[in-house]
Design a protein around this ligand. Structure first.
Ligand code: COA
Ligand code: ZN
Length: 300
């Protein structure tokens, strides 16, 4: 049975879009539920400017609680710069996701940096914290709200400097949900051919309801790490038109039914997604049960 590792990023990519502050206890209740459902990889927050993302101002508190309570879980946080890495290391994290966008204009809108500045910042992080495990989150890999789509060769070219810097893991992100399965296959094939040693993850938003199809295309191309969010909660505050993510419960349902081993309990994660909608009714959700519920139809 093939194992697929579900990487839950809702507490970061989902929560970051919600204006009203979600109390840390509510955030922790959802993280507790995710761990109980069997999720073993969670991006729990970001170490970014609280002016850019006020919702995640409690990042230190959340990470500290997570590391204390669940030593068996692989917790990550998103960072945009050296300052983020410093904080991550100070609170005891060993793994972070460093975000940079393939599109220069989205990189500027999201983290106010040029490509060169982002590269230099990562170089500094690698030199300062050589032990820190850094995943590169390549935002807008499959298309940008300002610049449109890029050829696979552009992804390969962009990653060269990062691979040369010793990066071993990259998450290809469809920040606004415009990928299709054929494009996912083509880009993965090109990246795998150029850098066979690179570990790959995918992160697909569900704007056109293609999150599961695109993620399955990635699995069929050999990817074993799939990012998703509980309930499909998501968006990007700096990418107009970004909608929810691939919903964890929908992907777990599909993979479990197909005979993959996700280690995640579907009824549990479905119940948790429904609970999250009650707790955070202001979120943008793409989870299928939520759309069904909205149409007042019975689902399970
Ligand atoms: N953690 C906390 N605060 C940080 C920080 C970090 N990693 N990096 C910078 N800051 C603070 C600075 O101290 C400064 O605070 P001050 O205004 O009180 O002095 C302020 O943020 C601006 O710092 P500066 O270095 O001038 O950055 P900037 O204005 O060019 O913004 C980022 C750059 C990266 C800090 C900011 O754009 C950001 O945090 N973006 C996050 C975007 C994001 O999370 N997007 C969604 C995920 S993909
Ligand atoms: Zn995202």
């Amino acid at each position: 049975m093939k194992t697929i590792d579900m990487y839950e990023v809702g507490p970061r990519d989902g929560f970051q879009n919600i204006k009203e502050y979600i109390p840390a206890e509510t955030k922790m209740a959802i993280i507790d539920g995710l761990v109980q459902a069997g999720i073993r990889h969670i991006e729990v927050t970001s170490f970014v400017s609280p002016k850019a993302i006020p919702q995640l101002k409690d990042a230190r508190e959340i990470v500290t609680a997570c590391l204390r309570q669940y030593p068996e879980v692989d917790f990550m946080a998103l960072i945009p710069n050296l300052r983020g890495a410093e904080t991550a290391v100070a609170v005891g994290m060993t793994r972070v996701a460093y975000v940079v966008s393939l599109s220069a204009s989205h990189n500027k809108a999201n983290i106010n940096r040029t490509h060169e500045q982002s590269y230099q910042a990562l170089k500094e992080i690698r030199e300062t914290y050589p032990q820190l495990d850094v995943i590169v989150d390549l935002a807008t890999t499959f298309g940008c709200p300002f610049e449109g789509k890029f050829p696979a060769s552009r992804v390969v070219e962009f990653l060269k400097d990062y691979v040369d810097l010793g990066i071993r893991e990259v998450c290809l992100c469809d920040t606004i949900g415009i990928a299709n399965p054929g494009q996912v296959r083509d880009i993965l094939r090109a990246v795998q051919q150029a850098y066979p040693q690179l570990e790959l993850q995918v992160h697909i938003h569900d704007t056109r309801n293609m999150g599961a199809a695109c993620s399955l295309a990635a699995i069929e191309a050999g990817v074993t790490k799939i990012q998703s969010t509980l309930g499909g909660l998501g968006g990007c505050p700096f990418a107009p038109g970004a909608s929810g993510n691939l919903a964890t419960e929908d992907m777990v349902y599909m993979l479990n039914e197909m005979g993959y081993d996700t280690g995640v309990d579907f009824p549990w994660v479905l119940a948790l997604a429904k609970k999250e909608v009650q707790l955070i009714p202001t979120g943008v959700y793409s989870g299928h049960h939520i759309r069904i519920d909205a149409a007042s139809r019975c689902f399970r």
